[in-house]
Design a protein around this ligand. Sequence first.
Ligand code: AHR
Length: 486
Amino acid sequence: MANITVNTRRSVGTINRNLFGHFSEHLGRCIYQGLYVGENSPIPNVNGIRADVAQALRNLHIPVLRWPGGCFADEYHWRDGVGPKADRKRMVNTHWGYVVEDNSFGTHEFLELCRQLGCEPYINGNLGSGTVREMSEWVEYLNSDGDSSVVRERRQNGREEPFNVKYFGVGNENWGCGGNMRPEYYADEYRRYQTYCRNYGENKLFRIACGPSDVDYQWTEVLMKNAARYMDAITMHYYTILGPDWQHKGSATAFTAQEFYTTLRKALAIEPMISKHLQIMDRYDPEHRVGLIVDEWGTWHNVEPGTNPGFLYQQNTMRDALVAALTLNAFIAHCDRVVMANIAQTVNVLQAVVLTEGDKMALTPTYHVFDLYQAHQDAAAADCFIQGDMAAEGLCQLHASASFKNGALTLTVANASADKPAEVTVALDGFTAREVSARVLVGAMDDYNDFTHTAVAPKALDSVKIAEGQLRFTLPACSVAELTCR
Ligand code: AHR
C-alpha cells in the first residue's frame, strides 16, 4: 500500500523544459552514423541527418541539444568544420577511440540538426586548447550581422542570417580533460574568455561556466567566489556508475537484484549533491541569478562486449529507465534553480535514448521515460508527498513528480521494486479529477530493446480509476507510469 498526496497549491516553481535536454558529442557513433550519415548515404536522410532518428527525437520534443563535447569540445577547432567538405581538416579523435574525424559534421550541420529537431542549440566552446580569439570569432560567426571578415566567411559558407545561438559554454571539465586546471586558474581563464564572447544584436548570450564533477564542492566555491558575476549558469556533471572503479563498472544487461538497487541508490545521490552545490552558490548569489545546469548525467556501464572501448556503446535496460525517472525527479524537485540538464548521450553513447545499427534503430527504455515525462515541460511543479514501503534498504519503493499545465495534472510515478507491485492511492489537494488516463512502461529489471525485438514500450495502465475524488491503481513492479488527470 502506498499513499501519495499531490498538492497543486504548493509549487517549487515552473519546470524549465530544458531539464529534458540532450547531449551529443563527437564520440563513437553518436554524431556519425547515429545522427548524421551524410547526404550520399543510402540511409534515408534530410541534408545528411538521419530521418528515422530525427523523427524519434522530434516525437520527444527535445528542447535543447549540447554539442560538440564533452572532452572533445576542448580540442575542437570550429574552423576545421566549416566550408567545403572536401577541404575540411582531418584529425584523430584522441579522446575517443583514435578514429579519424573528417569534420564533415560541423557548425552548419549541427545547427541544421537543431532546426530539424526544433530545439535550441547549446554550443560548448574550447577553452582548454583554443585561443580567446578563436572562441570570440566562433561567437561572432554564429551571431553577428556586421560586415566583418568573419561574417563574410559565414555568408560564403551559405548562411546569410546570424544563427542567434543563445547557450554558450566556456570550456568543459576544465578540472580534467579540459586542461587539468585548478579552480582558481579556471576562474581567471573563464573571466578572460567570456569577456570576448560578445552579444550581437538582440541576441543575449547565456554564458555557461564549467562547474564541478559530482562532489567537488571546492570547485563550486572558488568559481562562484571569483566569477559568479560573469556567468548565467554553472554546470555540474554526475554519472551513475555501479562498480567500484572505471575498470569494473559492471555490465549494462547482466546484473543482480542487489546491483539493481545499488545503481538506483547511486542515482538518487544526485539530489543531495545538487542541494549542496546550490547552498554554496547561494552564498555568492543570494538573488539566485545564476542557474545550475547538469549538462552531463546518466548511467555509465561497461561497453558492450566486442565494441570499441573508446566508443562507450552500452545497452539500456529497465534499470536505466528507473535511473532516468529518479534523476529527472531530482531536477524537478529543484526546478527553481536547476535550469537545464542534458542526458549523456542522445544516440549510441552511454545512456542513449536511441540506438542504431546500420539502417536499423531501437528506442531504449530511457527514451520512453522521456516520453512519459514530456507533459512536465514548462508546467508548474506540484508538491508530491509519498508514504509507502521500501524497495530495499535505503531505497523507497515509489518515486514521483507532479505538475500542472493547461488545466491538466500530470503525475509520473516509478516503482523501484524489482518484484513487488504497489497498490497506490493518490489524494489530490487543489485539483478535482473528472477523468484520468494512464500509460506505463514495465518490464523485468534487465529487459531491453534491440534491433530484432522490442521488450518494453509504454502501454495503457488499465487499473487506474477515480474513487471518492482519489486516484487508485496498481503500479506493477519495475515500472514508470504517467497519469494525466483533467
Ligand atoms: O560523456 C562522456 C564524457 O564524460 C564527456 O566527454 C566528458 O565531459 C565526461 O567526462
